[in-house]
Ligand binder design. Structure first.
Ligand code: GLY
Length: 598
């Protein structure tokens, strides 16, 4: 069946750039809706082909600095370390020295058949406990896990990236951190996305003097777009780290200031927490899809488990025969997401503290059982939710919480070189500007990662994700994450590296990009630009990006009883593909980003 369309951002991405107004005939299966490039962004900054190196980050300073380090003779880990620290200066709304993250590193010289998988996620302080966010009546104290000192976990970013650099980098740390130091000291003009984040956190910025000293002007008003953001204390902190490495952060003056601020605000962190912070090397979650091997982040991230689970559920459906935005494809993708998020709430947590049935959840047998229970033409909705609802969740309360603003914080970058090495890392402070607490005299903004724990079973976090028993706070535990740095290989060679920010949406955005690329054989830019959907079981809503889906798809999804809401999802996929000796870097057109390479 064919339909006549105005050639308006449908069918092929070429039309995105110049949406002209003549009519063509597009078969339903081929109709694809894409997002447009974000305002003020240039296409050439978001897509580049290269041979020796490809650097894709959400920060123009970060990409340029990482490229400079590569040109100085640095390797992929030098470039990644530079990118991490410059992003910490350039994107304080997303990441920083007071945060943490995960990384996967496919190193062609490493004699292993899976990428090095590094966990530098924040930990709960030794004095933390499962009732720390509850009042005397056992009710969750509003915003305590989001704002202020109790929301901060023990930072891991510096330990993780410095350890990686020490073990695998080539250039001296002083060279690698130079641009981050200069950027913090000389400042940069606040860009719209950062201005927006600052305005969203105005109250918390003004609550803490050291925070306002950075993010306010002399009149005490928060900085706006175009104002200069100077982080002179942060520059000094970075200098100390560049000389002393990990100890520059976890010991000495910086550590003392951090502990002192916790003491001043009656917080929980002590020097013992900093001494005990440990980077963990994990086995990645692995799966097979369409003849490719997929490696992604293991717990304490839920990302890898559910990316593999969703791919397993859909692996025999041959969705490419229908089309990427056909109602059948969208229905099955959404149902698989729904099943995955139901399991996320029940089973996922930090495997150092709780049993997570990773093998079962990622097994093809379990996926086949789930696939069998998904009706072909009907949304899973309440029947599925009720069967799997361990929390008897209060639907009214649920929808109120989920309608809270969900910010697209966190950041991801991907770097690949011509030798076949790939580094993917997702790093975060959690919410915009993390906890809002800057440690006086250091410029370090502390994370609010404690909100990624379940404050009590069944309570929602910032992203509306329902948390279960396995993700309750315990001393030294790492909160459950959705961050999903992912590497795809074929016959042992990396073919794709990717990841994204945006909380629980990360894993559904990554899995859709992987399917678009591997299954529907879309070029990488189109794989990323195509409209995405998201379903996280609670609430029972199928979110569709505002760029939309074919009208027939929406009609049929409604007939299947999917409740649809159009919404920005906040993902910003940063990816590099490596095929036929070519590196192809793409930074999500939805956001700010810069691809550099040669
Ligand atoms: N804080 C976002 C995540 O860890 O997924």
């Amino acid at each position: 069946m064919k339909k006549i369309y105005t050639l308006g951002c449908l069918a092929s991405l070429a039309t995105l750039v110049s949406c002209s107004a003549f009519k063509i005939s597009v078969p339903y299966e081929k109709e694809v809706h894409y997002v447009k490039l974000a305002k003020g962004q240039k296409k050439e900054d978001h897509e580049k082909f290269s041979k020796k190196i490809s650097i894709v980050t959400q920060g123009s300073y970060a990409s340029k600095a990482a490229y400079k380090v590569f040109k100085k003779g640095g390797n992929i880990i030098d470039a990644a370390t530079t990118a991490s620290f410059v992003l910490a200066v350039e994107r304080p709304q997303s990441t920083g020295l007071g945060g943490g993250g995960f990384a996967l590193y496919h190193d062609v010289k490493r004699n292993k058949d899976f990428p090095l998988t590094v966990d530098f996620r924040e930990k709960a302080p030794l004095n933390a406990h499962e009732k720390m966010f509850l009042d005397d009546k056992g009710e969750v104290i509003s915003r305590m896990s989001i704002d202020g000192i109790f929301s901060a976990g023990v930072p891991g970013m510096v330990a993780g990236m410095i350890e990686l650099h020490e073990k695998h980098g080539k250039l001296p740390l002083g060279v690698v951190l130079k641009d981050a130091i200069d950027l913090a000291r000389n400042g940069f003009k606040i860009y719209p996305e950062l201005a927006y984040a600052i305005s969203r956190r105005e109250n918390i910025i003004k609550r803490y003097k050291a925070t306002c000293e950075i993010f306010c002007n002399k009149k005490g008003e928060v900085l706006k777009e175009g104002d200069l953001l100077l982080q002179k204390d942060l520059a000094k902190t970075l200098e100390v780290i560049s000389k002393k490495g990990r100890d520059g952060f976890y010991k000495g003056r910086i550590a003392k200031s951090l502990v002192k601020e916790h003491r001043r605000l009656n917080g929980l962190m002590t020097q013992a927490d900093l001494d005990k912070y440990d980077v963990k090397y994990r086995s990645p979650i692995r799966g097979e899809y369409n003849g490719y091997e997929i490696f992604s982040m293991s717990p304490p991230s839920s990302g890898g488990v559910h990316i593999i689970q969703i791919l397993n559920i859909l692996r025999n459906d041959k969705l490419s025969t229908y089309g990427v935005q056909h109602s059948k494809t969208v229905h099955l993708r959404a149902s698989a997401m729904q099943a995955a998020f139901s399991d996320r709430a029940k089973y996922l947590g930090d495997t150092d503290f709780t049993y997570v049935p990773v093998t079962g959840l990622t097994s093809q047998k379990y996926a086949d059982d789930i696939r069998f229970s998904i009706p072909e033409n009907k949304a899973l909705n309440t029947l599925w939710s009720n069967m799997n609802d361990p929390f008897k969740f209060d639907a009214k309360n649920d929808s109120e919480l989920v309608q809270k603003y969900e910010s697209p914080e966190t950041t991801h970058f991907t770097i690949a070189d011509g030798e076949g090495n790939v580094f993917v890392s997702t790093q975060t402070l959690n919410g915009y500007l993390g906890s809002g607490v800057v440690v006086p005299g250091t410029g370090i903004l502390l994370n609010n990662e404690m909100d990624d724990f379940a404050t009590k079973p069944g309570a929602n976090n910032l992203f509306g994700a329902v948390g279960g028993e396995k993700n309750l706070v315990e001393p030294e535990k790492r909160p459950l994450s959705s961050m999903s740095p992912t590497i795809v290989t074929k016959n042992g060679k990396a073919v794709l590296g990717l990841g994204s920010p945006s909380g629980t949406r990360i894993l559904t955005c990554v899995v859709q990009t992987v399917m678009n690329y591997l299954d529907h054989k879309m070029p990488l830019y189109e794989s990323i630009a195509a409209t995405r959907v998201h379903h996280q079981w609670k609430p029972n809503i199928l979110y569709v990006e505002e760029s939309g889906l074919p009208a027939r798809t929406i009609k049929e999804l409604k007939r299947m009883e999917h409740e649809i809401k159009f919404k920005k999802l906040g993902c910003r996929v940063q990816a590099v593909s490596m095929e036929d000796g070519k590196l192809h870097g793409v930074s999500d057109p939805r956001g700010r980003g810069l691809v550099l390479g040669e």
